[in-house]
Design a protein around this ligand. Structure first.
Ligand SMILES: O=C(CO)[C@H](O)[C@H](O)COP(=O)(O)O
Length: 182
């Protein structure tokens, strides 16, 4: 099977003997090329595929470059629906001394209308907790990642740490910069 006639084979992850290169966008890129991804809700599958590849190249415009992750919007965390409000409480505890932090379950406008909201469902049938930081995430990202992943109801989070090999940045002046991980 091809992709829109471009002769790009579509394979299941298990059928790809090797993934040489993954290419994707990102919501935020910090100076160490750590990323926030998943504001579209697909962070788990993206992290599985991009983590399986030998090289991961990110293409963004310069509005995505940030001094710290979490500066421009939500940092998503995928959680299982069972006990999700309890899991939300445990996620809040990870940041409970951080002023300006808040977290909530992502909702979308209900198809039923009447200004109702439904919980957003990921492509794996899970929910998304959105974490917001007044001034981005200060502190050790690896430690924060470990604390989140130790919570049993958490499936994965949208911080992609040390995964991007290169970031290609399209600038407003029409030039392109290529950033490499140090
Ligand atoms: O991480 C992502 C989805 O999980 C996207 O790559 C990210 O949202 C970038 O989207 P856009 O290029 O449309 O701003």
């Amino acid at each position: 099977m091809g992709h829109k006639g471009q002769r790009i084979p579509m394979l299941a992850l298990a059928d790809a003997a090797e993934i040489h290169l993954s290419i994707d966008g990102a919501d935020e890129v910090d100076p160490d090329l750590n990323l926030v991804k998943g504001r579209g809700g697909s962070l788990l599958r993206e992290k599985m595929i991009e983590g399986a590849g030998a090289r991961f190249v990110v293409i963004v415009d310069e509005s995505k470059l940030v001094p710290r992750l979490g500066c421009t919007g939500a940092v998503p965390v995928e959680v299982v629906p069972f006990g999700s409000v309890y899991t939300l409480g445990l996620i809040r505890k990870v940041f409970d001394k951080l002023p300006g932090f808040h977290a909530r379950l992502r909702t979308v406008k209900s198809k039923a209308g009447d200004h109702q909201e439904d919980l957003f469902l990921t492509d794996n049938g899970n929910y998304i907790v959105e974490m917001f930081f007044d001034d981005g995430i200060h502190g050790n990202l690896r430690d924060i990642s470990d604390s989140l992943l130790r919570i049993t109801g958490v499936v994965e989070h949208g911080m992609f740490l040390g995964m991007a090999t290169k970031v290609i940045v399209a600038k407003k002046d029409g030039t392109v910069a290529v950033l490499s991980r140090k």
